[in-house]
Design a protein around this ligand. Sequence first.
Ligand SMILES: O=C(CO)[C@@H](O)[C@H](O)COP(=O)(O)O
Ligand SMILES: [Fe+2]
Length: 225
Amino acid sequence: MRPVSYPLIAPSVLAADFTRLGEEVSALKQAGADWVHLDVMDGHFVPNISFGPAVVKALRPCSDLPFDVHLMIAPVDPYLEAFAQAGADQILIHIEAGPHTHRSLQRIRDLGAKPGVVLCPATPPEAISEVLDLVDIILVMTVNPGFGGQKFLSSQLPKIRRIRDMITQSGRDIRLAVDGGIDAATAPLAIDAGADVLIAGSAVYGKKDYATAIAALRTHVAKPK
Ligand SMILES: O=C(CO)[C@@H](O)[C@H](O)COP(=O)(O)O
Ligand SMILES: [Fe+2]
């Protein structure tokens, strides 16, 4: 087992070659990835459609890395069990997806997966203050969700710093992940703001060599506060 070293890198398969998705997922562990990020989109909560639990289930045997399932869907409750049974290790739901986030996060943990909460760029950090005790992961979107290959929103950096402080005050071991427009140039900004997990689609799958691409995201060491 590789020792844990931060930041963790979670390539998003949304940017992978969909004609070879199994191979693309299998390649990640050897390339040094820590998680597999699976972007589920319903064409309702976000203006794009990607894949559902059947694809997650089909990919499960392709890697023993944690499957980090990002649900950009609403409502979430009807699908939680299907994604847990498909092999999701972590299920991340948007705080904006509905009024019952608190109950949905409890349900995710009851299903045996790690619960995570996600914030869109327009959502203030305080929106998640009442669920900090229920989550293992907080994901800050640094693009508007729905598509890969977008530009990093540096406006989210103060929010990342604020959420890092909220996590510190909570005393809980919560991963702080960022998602969208993460590459070798923006990764240091996110890390210095307090992120310890980097989700990257085009910065990994858009490159020829995945190991080199992943290593390029890891070079920066967070500046002391
Ligand atoms: O959830 C999303 C998009 O909604 C992300 O996970 C993207 O898939 C990341 O892609 P890049 O911005 O890294 O290309
Ligand atoms: Fe994502």
